[in-house]
Ligand binder design. Sequence first.
Ligand code: PGA
Length: 254
Amino acid sequence: MDKNRKLIIAGNWKQNKTAAEAHDLVVGLKRELGTVKEVDIVVCPPFTALNEVSKLVLDSNIWLGAQNMSEHNTGAYTGEIGAGMLKEFSVRYVILGHSERREYQKESDALVSAKLQAAHGASLKPIVCVGETLTEREANQTEEVLARQLKGSLAGITGELMEETIVAYEPVWAIGTGKVATPDQAQAVHAFIRSKISELFNPSVAKHVRIQYGGSVKPGNTRELMSQPDVDGALVGGAALEVRSFSDIIKNSI
Ligand code: PGA
């Protein structure tokens, strides 16, 4: 955390929660977190719950995010959802290139970059995910992999738009495994990511970009992770599905 960058903590609900379940979760979050001003709080429900959640978060301190979007605005792309459709529900953030999409939907850096440009074109704030697998970390390829992902995924935007982009560092080996990166490991990688952004854009842009950590974030490890100078928030999966754990993460980050 650096006082010049506001913390941003987002809940990535993945393929969980019906609209009715989403309703209950968000009502609980509003009750617990209504007075929090220090953190940008974001919830990213599945598309089918966006309508319900958008009505509940109106006039609250909770922002709405989506988990993915199409690189195309409209057209013959069966099953896809475009940025304009998300804007209809007051969506403000969109997660792009999550490792699960990179793995299961074979999303490439080039595709993530196309989505990034489409998101900015609609004034959505993208959260671009990067991260190495366990095999890559053990082969000492972490920096090489991240450098490649950052260069490819962040291509095609100006420095000004980069400042509005959030990067989420999510080591694949830490996602849903209970194996969290140590605060030192996270800080080292976040500092590396910031240096790469400085190279790809410029030092001033790098200073403004918020970099979230994701992968087994829980109430008990939040404080230490958020106290690292280059960690500016969290992208939370499993622990974002319950009122108690997600609101404790937010409270412990302050
Ligand atoms: P996790 O997921 O918190 O359940 O590890 C994080 C993510 O995939 O964004």
